[in-house]
Design a protein around this ligand. Structure first.
Ligand SMILES: NC(=O)c1ccc[n+]([C@@H]2O[C@H](COP(=O)([O-])OP(=O)(O)OC[C@H]3O[C@@H](n4cnc5c(N)ncnc54)[C@H](OP(=O)(O)O)[C@@H]3O)[C@@H](O)[C@H]2O)c1
Length: 245
């Protein structure tokens, strides 16, 4: 599909992958609605990206009511939505015996509840576009069980179940659903600082450069025959060797 003048909503637009994807889509002339938690970071992204941004909303996804209010505003302003890209995510890794209910709820709210709410409350707008899609950014942690990441894995397994089930339910009609099962990428995600990840990368540990990921995401979005699950692991593309945590 041509991306020029399509209207996409990107969550997590203030983050490492979301902000780079925003820039890449803006270059294609896509009209973007951005959602992020930090208004300051969103403003910085907008300053760098320019006129393709139609509007933005800052929102903490622990507040479901605010997500629904944002969807109502979008529904009031946009008769059609061509794409919903749920990039926002949070990873709080800890041994189970040190996992708290607060952290688990935070991961469920951001990683599964927010994609559910945006999809649910914007579905009628997505159904009006002939080429619409919902892309959810999952994780290897949504297919591979990992010790000391059980609660994060649970949230991403849930996102995988939701996305792949909706892909079956909406087979032959809009929107199309697509899950990106993504491996480690060079951002600040998950608590380990980016600089430390860069050092590990230079020693051979598997990480994707962000630019590689967003170029690939752009190509996947353009491809209307995209698969419902696309697995991108850095070790499969020459970016180091992955050691299971
Ligand atoms: N980086 C990796 O190694 C990796 C690997 C596999 C999958 N992923 C997935 O890729 C996606 C993007 O991650 P990233 O690497 O770009 O991470 P990132 O740089 O940490 O960005 C995370 C984004 O999520 C937003 N967010 C976090 N908590 C939120 C909350 N409570 N309410 C609303 N928004 C919230 C952040 O908003 P603010 O910045 O405004 O706070 C930011 O925009 C996530 O879904 C992640 O699970 C990442």
């Amino acid at each position: 599909m041509l991306l020029n003048n399509k209207v996409f909503l990107v969550t997590g637009a203030s983050g490492g992958i979301g902000s780079a994807l925003t820039s890449r889509l803006a270059e294609e002339g896509t009209q973007l609605i951005l959602v992020g938690r930090s208004e300051k970071k969103l403003r910085e992204v907008i300053a760098q990206t320019g006129k393709s941004i139609i509007t933005y909303y800052n929102c903490d996804f622990n507040n479901s009511r605010r997500i629904i209010d944002i969807c109502d505003k979008i529904r009031g302003s946009f008769p059609i939505l061509d794409g919903l890209i749920n990039v926002a995510g949070v990873g709080i890794y800890s041994p189970f015996e040190r996992s708290s209910l607060k952290d688990f709820k935070a991961m469920l709210n951001v990683n599964i509840m927010a994609p559910f709410l945006f999809t649910s409350y914007l579905l009628d707008r997505l159904k009006k576009s002939k080429q619409s899609f919902v892309m959810n950014i999952g994780s290897g942690a949504g297919t591979i069980p990992m010790k000391n990441r059980s609660t994060y894995c649970a949230s991403k397994f849930a996102l995988r179940g939701l996305t792949l089930s909706l892909a079956e339910e909406f087979d032959g009609r809009q929107p199309k659903f697509c899950l990106i099962t993504l491996g480690s990428t060079l951002t600040n995600f998950g608590g380990k600082p980016l600089e430390e990840k860069k050092k590990e990368f230079t020693k051979g540990q598997a990480y994707f450069p962000v630019e590689w990921v967003v170029n690939r995401l752009k190509e996947i979005i353009k491809d209307e025959n995209r698969a419902t699950e696309i697995t991108l692991f850095p070790g499969d593309h020459g970016f180091g060797v992955w050691n299971k945590p």
